[in-house]
Design a protein around this ligand. Structure first.
Ligand code: IPE
Ligand code: IPE
Ligand code: MG
Length: 245
């Protein structure tokens, strides 16, 4: 397949549900933990590829609010992997002018993870080439729940009036307040569901599902997704004729 990517038609914001670490490992006779370790390598590769294509926003679903229901040992491994990856990749984020951003209920993460996130976020705050957002203890319904509570409070305090509550006010209250809407959402591992990820922000995203497990997802697969995206016509409710006028 000719995977010629047009540089002028790239998505600005790519979000990825990185799924399939466990199944990848188990198919090969390894532990699920080994799969998560391999998954980190895919993260490194895809960040590099997105960077070299000048994609300004990359958002990765790393740990959902429902993932707290996994075995304690697996959660522990994932948290340690996170700390070690942040420590190891820190210099690279600086060198490549990447800003680290997180979304989700960060306060529920172990203190050590929170500290590392704070440190790296602070040190990369002024970086401008790419915003790398990691979703941790994230749930879209919980995010929306909080938005509603906060807006209701502001209405009650007379900080805003009900008539002024619109898309833009809602956007300003989301974790993603500084990010544009998602253009392309990729999910690996063959599952075709959203699993409580960015429900508001994907309203007009193009969805792309692949059977490839996350640890196997590399440059070729990423380019395939982008190529597929570029073949689509995003109409945002208009007719094809209006778009191509
Ligand atoms: C994705 O892989 C990583 C996380 C959810 C943390 P999984 O761990 O969900 O792998 P599968 O879906 O069980 O194969
Ligand atoms: C979604 O994957 C969350 C992440 C990739 C971090 P899950 O593996 O947790 O989702 P379900 O359970 O298959 O829907
Ligand atoms: Mg999974």
């Amino acid at each position: 397949m000719d995977l010629n990517i047009k540089k002028n038609k790239l998505p600005k914001h790519v979000a990825i549900i990185m799924d399939g670490n466990g199944r990848w490992a188990q198919k090969k006779g390894y532990t699920r933990i080994y799969g998560h370790n391999k998954g980190v390598k895919s993260v490194q590769k895809i960040v590099e590829e997105a960077l070299s294509l000048d994609i300004p926003y990359l958002t990765l679903y790393a740990f959902s609010i429902d993932n707290w229901n996994r075995p304690k040992k697996e959660i522990e491994t994932l948290m340690n992997l996170l700390i070690n990856s942040l420590k190891r990749e820190f210099e690279k984020l600086i060198k490549n002018n990447i800003r680290l951003n997180t979304i989700g209920n960060i306060k529920t993460l172990p203190k050590k993870v929170q500290d590392e996130i704070m440190r790296v976020s602070k040190k990369t705050k002024k970086n401008t080439k790419m915003v790398l957002t990691i979703a941790l203890s994230y749930g879209a319904r919980e995010e929306i729940e909080n938005v509603i509570k906060n807006i209701a409070m502001e209405v009650k305090n007379n900080t805003i009036s009900i008539e002024n509550v619109d898309h833009s006010i809602i956007n300003k209250h989301l974790y993603t307040q500084n990010l544009p809407d998602v253009d392309l959402l990729i999910r690996t591992s063959g599952e075709q569901r959203i699993s409580n990820f960015l429900l508001w922000q994907i309203a007009y995203a193009e969805l792309y599902f692949t059977d490839v497990y996350w640890p196997d997802f590399g440059k070729k697969d990423f380019y395939k997704a982008l190529f597929n995206y570029q073949k689509r016509e995003r109409r945002f409710g208009k007719t094809s004729g209006q778009i191509n006028f």
